[in-house]
Design a protein around this ligand. Structure first.
Ligand SMILES: *Cc1c(COP(=O)(O)O)cnc(C)c1O
Length: 231
């Protein structure tokens, strides 16, 4: 059985306090960090809980699963794609999501731009970088980031909000911290070089959000700490 709303509410309260404490510890204001609840593998009620709690958007990993859930969830909430996107699903993703965080190739940028143009919308995206050099993770090579950004900035129907990364799984917390510091350094450099703010740094999940916030995260993607383990 899925958790009830009261359980969710208590967990969300505790998580927001945890985020606020991490912000205070690094001299940041809690309002600088957005909480994106990750509803993948959970029932449509997960998105409804998030909306009822006042969260603006939820994160999903797979296009098909999200689209099915959108037709079942009564709540009005934004949807962000955080999982790998195959280019043959670019059109469906551009139509079904309010932002795509997992853009990691020039080919995908071009396809999303075309799809967004046909839909008559400007689609917000994040560029996903493999800032931890993890062979098990998707994301563009950090060395390719300047080229990807240049391509993205030349497209009329995309809006680049910032960067996203997933830290390698490791028993050593310093690995995640280093990954997050690197993403922020890349953002700062790209931002200076292009004059684009790239305000959003999507980094940090249930297990590593403290070090992500210490390194400048503006958006943490949290599943397990809110909804419990995935089946
Ligand atoms: C599943 C997922 C999350 C949430 O992970 P938790 O450890 O459950 O908080 C965050 N980001 C991405 C990209 C994910 O796929």
């Amino acid at each position: 059985m899925f958790i009830d709303y009261e359980t969710f509410r208590l967990r969300a309260d505790a998580l927001r306090e945890h985020i606020a404490a991490a912000c205070r510890a690094s001299g940041r204001a809690p309002g600088e960090v957005t909480l994106l609840p990750v509803t993948k593998t959970h029932p449509p009620a997960a998105a409804e809980y998030a909306a009822r709690y006042g969260l603006a958007a939820v994160g999903e990993s797979r296009v098909q699963e999200a689209v099915e859930k959108q037709s079942l969830a009564a709540a009005k909430v934004g949807w962000e794609l955080i999982g790998h996107l195959q280019s043959n699903k670019a059109r469906l993703a551009a139509a079904g999501f309010n932002r795509i965080q997992s853009v990691d190739s020039a080919k995908l940028l071009l396809q999303l731009d075309r799809a967004a143009g046909e839909l008559g919308k400007k689609l917000p995206v994040l560029l996903q970088l493999n800032a931890g050099d993890d062979p098990a993770k998707f994301g563009a090579e950090p060395a390719d980031a300047p080229h990807l950004l240049e391509v993205a900035l030349g497209l009329l129907h995309l809006q680049v909000d910032g960067l996203m990364t997933i830290a390698p799984l490791s028993g050593d917390p310093a690995v995640a911290r280093r990954t997050f510091a690197r993403l922020r350094a890349i953002r700062d450099e790209l931002s200076t070089r292009t004059g684009t703010p790239l305000r959003v740094l999507s980094m940090g999940m249930s297990g590593d959000l403290e070090s992500a916030i210490a390194e400048g995260s503006t958006l943490v993607r949290v599943g397990t700490a809110l909804f419990g383990p995935r089946g």
